[in-house]
Design a protein around this ligand. Structure first.
Ligand SMILES: [Zn+2]
Ligand SMILES: [Zn+2]
Length: 341
């Protein structure tokens, strides 16, 4: 079968022929139907990633072989690649994604493959969610990224009526716009360098969209909040530099959320005293867990929210290299989906 991997040299991705995984007791084999490409996949393919090298983790498909009593051939599933143990110190203190088990768990060989094996531990920990027949693959493929966004909003303690600024509206950053509007944000103000992505952001419901090179984002956000600044600022870029732009939008006592995965070793200079005297908190959010995937699944299944209007491109698995080239081009793509032929 075909599966996508990071090229051994030179960056980018390549298709390789690998064996269809063999499943053991308690496991399932899934035929991939759709898989999203996100910022961390791009970083794995072209940058210096801090996340594991597996490509394709926003994946949905159909069970084609089952050695688990809970799943039958033909079941449609969303599968989360990482699970937490539920009993270690981190899990007992709500730091599920910091659980030592979390990064040790994965699917084999990856989500961007014709078939993948779901290990017993993922099954046991509730990582494979059954999808109802009327839920489309393109709706379900957003369960993982939307769950990451929901987790971040919970970590910054977002409340209805809050005002929010967002720097970087790539494929996952854009999900913030939809969830924030759905959850009752009073203002969603976004900045990005890509005119294409700003246009998409406006369509998705952002109240203010600006290019920070041309316009002072801090001033725009303050003007929209009676000179106060926003309650929450989200850094959705895979680089730390725009944090300076983001900080100019924040009110005293506000919070910023580091959401886009920075490259390994990324550094930025910050005025420490400013954070202290203005009581601005920095909160980070990494990945997601079944705590949020199950909630997003329910919201999507019940027709409360959908995200498929973010999709700009669809590719077949055999076109994976092209899919990645398009996905990394911020001037023409937002969400890129890879489908099995
Ligand atoms: Zn744990
Ligand atoms: Zn993702």
């Amino acid at each position: 079968m075909k599966a996508v991997f990071v090229k051994r040299e030179g960056g980018g991705v390549e298709l390789r022929d690998v064996e269809v995984p063999t499943i053991h007791e308690g496991e399932i084999l899934v035929r991939m139907k759709a898989c999203g490409i996100d910022g961390t996949d791009i970083e794995k393919a072209y940058g210096k990633p801090i996340t594991p090298p597996m490509l394709g983790h926003e994946v949905v498909g159909e069970v084609v072989e089952s050695k688990s009593p809970e799943y039958e051939v033909g079941d449609r599933v969303f599968v989360h690649h990482h699970v937490f143990c539920g009993k270690c110190y981190y899990c007992l203190h709500d730091s599920y994604t910091m659980c030592p088990l979390f990064l040790k768990t994965t699917i084999e060989p990856c989500g961007l493959a014709e078939f993948f094996r779901v290990p017993k531990i993922n099954i046991d920990r509730g990582a494979a969610l059954k999808l109802s027949p009327n839920l489309s693959w393109e709706d379900a493929v957003f369960i993982e990224p939307a769950a990451c966004v929901l987790k971040a909003l919970r970590r910054v303690d977002f409340k209805a009526g809050d005002t929010v600024s967002l720097v970087g509206v790539g494929p996952t950053g854009s999900l913030f716009i939809k969830l924030l509007k759905f959850l009752g944000a009073a203002l969603v103000s976004v900045a990005d360098l890509s005119e294409f992505r700003l246009k998409m952001a406006k369509k998705l419901g952002a109240d203010i969209v600006i290019n920070p090179i041309q316009t002072d984002f801090g001033e725009i956000c303050r003007r929209a909040t009676d000179g106060i600044g926003v309650d929450i600022g989200i850094l959705g870029t895979p680089t730390a530099k725009p944090i300076q732009t983001l900080l100019q939008t924040i009110r005293r006592g506000g919070k910023i959320c580091i959401f886009g995965a920075p490259e390994k070793g990324e550094k930025v200079e910050l005025d420490f005293s400013w954070f202290f005297i203005n009581e601005v908190s920095i909160i980070t959010s990494y990945s997601t867990s079944e705590v949020e995937t199950t909630l997003i699944h329910r919201l999507i299944e019940n027709g409360k929210i959908f995200f498929n209007d973010l999709i700009t491109h669809r590719f077949r698995l055999s076109q994976a290299e092209e899919a990645f080239e398009v996905a990394k081009d911020a001037s023409k793509s937002l969400k890129v989906i890879v489908e099995n032929e």
